[in-house]
Ligand binder design. Sequence first.
Ligand code: HPA
Length: 286
Amino acid sequence: MPTETNLQNCHEAEFRTAAHQAAQFVLERRLLRPWVACVLGSGLGGLAERVVHGQEIAYSEIPNFPLTHATGHRGRLITGYLGGVPVVLMQGRSHRYEGRSQREVQFPVHVMQAMGASLIITTNAAGGLNSRFRTGDLMVIDSHIDLLWPRRQWPAHESRDTFRGQNPYNADLVRKVHSIARAKDIVLHQGCYLGTLGPTYETRSEYRLFRWAGADAVGMSTIPEVLAARDLGMKLLAFSVITNVASTEAALSTSHAEVVESGNQAAPALLAIIQQLLEDISGQPD
Ligand code: HPA
């Protein structure tokens, strides 16, 4: 097994080598080159049960792979077929609020891309800010506001963190999932995801601020993965499950248990959309 790399402080070249070593390690045990990578957020791990010929490997077995300790996150990679497409699923992700650096949280995306994935579908549980949103609704993300500071992840001379103007959220895929949702009679909103460092949920005043800023949903993940996927030239699709509706007026509190429970309830509709999308694109990975 390769020696462990300090992902937080190593140079970019070492980081990439570590990702390739981890990818090689998984491929040698799984014999399957995925086209599509999926990150399953809180309460969304059920997609793993739909995988055909599924095989799993715990994050703890994979060299350099960051572990997750968040409740509702299992911590394993699953490979197999979904909708006829070879996939790799992350059942559980690590978060910045667990004390992980931006680069550690991004590492799994590099690994899955090195395994062969050219499309990534990432999902999260989020608080609804848009007043039209209800608990259990789904939102496809078309933009984000990144409040997971500090923003620079590489040393200045290697910085890849400039937003080069292009939108990482793939407009064709957004259109496709809208037509799938319509055909299945599933309500699918579209909007802007605001990412915070967490781990606390927001005060009523913060919810008001974020709504005023133009965000439709707020959560504590996803953006590091989106930035990594964009840097790697992967196609990207991202969804939020609205697990609680942020109240800017009443003093409602949000609990993690409630978020996981609502995620579990809303998951089947999202999983149906993802499975259909994969069936539609099977045979045409690009
Ligand atoms: N705020 C932040 N993150 C979240 C929320 C929320 O209200 N709900 C689920 N994840």
